[in-house]
Write a protein that binds this ligand. Structure first.
Ligand SMILES: [Zn+2]
Length: 204
C-alpha cells in the first residue's frame, strides 16, 4: 500500500509515518531525511543548491524519489511524507507513481503554534524538549547536562503562523486533488494511529 501523509508542521506526521511503516513493513520515505542523508555525487549536488541559497528543484527531487521507489524494500509500498507540498508537485508525483491512500492529519493553527513554539533545545548536548508536550524537569534547564535551553529563531509564533499560512495556501489544495481522508491530529498519538489503521482497513 502506497500511503501519503499530509499535515501542517507539528501535526505528528513523522511519528505516525514511523508507526505505520513498522506496522505495515514498508519504508518511511521522508523527503527531508532523503536530502539530509544523501551521500556522494547527490550530496555535492544538493549542497551546491543550498550554498547558493536555492531550494533543491522539484524535477531533481522527483528523480531522487523515482529511484527510491524502485528499490526492493518498496515492493509492498511505502509511507511518503514531505512531498508533495503543492499541486504542481502532486501532479509530478502522479507521473511516477500511483498513491493508494492520502491521509490528512489535521490540527488547528493554535495547536500547531502551541506545540511548535514550545520546542526548546540544549546547545551543549543537543537534547530536545517541548514546554507544551515534553517539558524538562526544570523550565529552561536541560535534564541531561544542566545546560540552558534555547528556542530556535524560526519557532517564534510569527514565523510559525507564516509557515501555516503557506501550508493552507499551497499544500491544502492537494487534499482535494487526492480526495484525502482526515484524522484528528489533536488526539493522543495512539488514538491517531488507531484511526489511521481503521481508515486503511488494518486491524490495530
Ligand atoms: Zn544538555
Amino acid at each position: 500500500m502506497r500511503i501519503l501523509l499530509i499535515g501542517p508542521q507539528g501535526c505528528g506526521k513523522g511519528t505516525q509515518a514511523k508507526l505505520l511503516a513498522s506496522k505495515l513493513g514498508v519504508p518511511h520515505i521522508s523527503t527531508g531525511d532523503l536530502l539530509r542523508s544523501a551521500t556522494g555525487e547527490l550530496r555535492k549536488e544538493i549542497d551546491s543548491y543550498i550554498v547558493a541559497g536555492n531550494l533543491y528543484p522539484d524535477e531533481k527531487m522527483l528523480e531522487v524519489l523515482k529511484k527510491r521507489f524502485g528499490e526492493s524494500d518498496c515492493e509492498k509500498g511505502f509511507i511518503l511524507d514531505g512531498f508533495p507540498r503543492n499541486l504542481k508537485q502532486a501532479e509530478m508525483l502522479d507521473s511516477i507513481t500511483k498513491v493508494d491512500r492520502v491521509i490528512e492529519i489535521s490540527i488547528s493553527d493554535d495547536e500547531a503554534v502551541r506545540r511548535l513554539s514550545g520546542r526548546v533545545a540544549c546547545p551543549s548536548c543537543g537534547a530536545g524538549f517541548n514546554n507544551a508536550t515534553m517539558p524538562p524537569k526544570v523550565r529552561g534547564i536541560c535534564d541531561k547536562c544542566g545546560g540552558e535551553l534555547v528556542q530556535r529563531a524560526d519557532d517564534t509564533e510569527e514565523a510559525i503562523r507564516k509557515r501555516l499560512e503557506i501550508y493552507h495556501r499551497e499544500t491544502e489544495p492537494i487534499l482535494e486533488h487526492y480526495g484525502a481522508v482526515r484524522v484528528n491530529g489533536e488526539n493522543d498519538i495512539e488514538e491517531v494511529f488507531e484511526e489511521i489503521l481503521k481508515l486503511i482497513g488494518i486491524e490495530p
